[in-house]
Design a binder for this molecule. Structure first.
Ligand SMILES: [Mn+2]
Length: 304
């Protein structure tokens, strides 16, 4: 008899213990010891999975039918060490090495944004440096936070230093808020990143921007999509650790993810959902839907 695995997995998909034979997999990384302000993202994977029980298989807006052609499962949570950020990073990258070796595309449920660094390390080992579409209120390119080089506000600085990114094919979309220094957004621009502050795209469709992204990256280059839920306005996504006013709208978020169709997306994440700050579950529901939309733009998905 066909059966659902139950509400414990993403979209009630089967739980799997290995990526062998999978085209894509949802993976939880319940880590929030890299957070600087409000913690709680360690509970993101479980609330996103719970709210994802509402999702249906077919994308009525885009026509995507991801389960018609892809084998997809939920690989559970990475067993991070919640007392050690350093050890957790190694645990995460080793987990992703295995997933990528099976030719499986990881769709990650965070967790705070620190987790992007070990994932990018594994991706670069597999594919070489990757292009990046990064949606966030924050650039996450601090050199240090409280003297620490590993934190949720530093992953993309470390990624550049370690040669994990094709730096002239990086877009940071939705940046805003108060800064530590007036030149906070200059460093990414100096690396070749394209910075798209939220206020420059208020009330505007992001479809033209995504057309530029596709034209610049092409269909061959490996691309990672890293989506911090705080890129979206806290009116829609208040359940997060570092909210900033004046953010992207939900339709703009959908335009960004749907605009990645045609790129060689080798992995994606949705990070920084912090359930204690949104017991309604709306932030997690949004996160679950965005992860589904990410699945819908993976190579090999059939559209009706
Ligand atoms: Mn952020």
């Amino acid at each position: 008899m066909p059966r659902f695995a139950g509400p414990g997995t993403m979209m009630r998909l089967p739980a799997a213990s290995s990526a062998d034979g999978l085209d894509a997999a949802f993976i939880g990384v319940p880590l929030d010891i890299g957070a600087s302000h409000r913690p709680g993202a360690r509970f993101g994977p479980r609330q996103v999975r719970a709210e994802s029980a509402l999702l249906r298989p077919y994308n009525m807006a885009t026509g995507a039918a991801p389960f018609d052609t892809l084998q997809v499962a939920d690989l559970g949570d990475v067993a991070i060490n919640t007392y050690s950020l350093d050890k957790s990073l190694d645990i995460i990258s080793a987990f992703y090495d295995e997933v990528l070796a099976a030719n499986c595309r990881p769709l990650t449920i965070g967790g705070d944004h620190t987790i992007a660094l070990p994932i990018l390390r594994a991706l670069a080992r597999r594919h070489g440096p990757v292009a990046l579409v990064h949606v966030d209120a924050h650039a996450d390119v601090n050199d240090e936070m409280f003297g620490e080089r590993i934190a949720h506000g530093t992953p993309f600085r470390r990624a550049v230093e370690e040669g994990l990114l094709v730096t002239d094919r990086v877009w940071q979309i939705g940046l805003r808020g108060t800064g530590y220094a007036a030149d906070d957004f200059d460093w990414p621009r100096a690396q070749g990143f394209t910075v798209v502050p939220a206020h420059e795209v208020w009330w505007r469709s992001l479809a033209p921007l995504m057309a530029q992204v596709r034209e610049r990256i092409g269909s061959e280059q490996a691309v990672y999509l890293s989506f911090d839920i705080d890129g979206i306005d806290p009116a829609f996504a208040g359940g997060t650790g570092t909210p900033e006013i004046g953010g992207l709208t939900v339709p703009q978020a959908l335009e960004i993810v749907r605009g990645c169709r045609g790129l060689n997306i080798v992995g994606a994440d949705l990070v920084e959902v912090s359930p204690p700050y949104d017991p309604s579950g709306n932030t997690a529901l949004l996160g679950a839907n965005l992860l589904y939309e990410m699945l819908c733009v993976l190579p090999g998905v059939r559209y009706r």
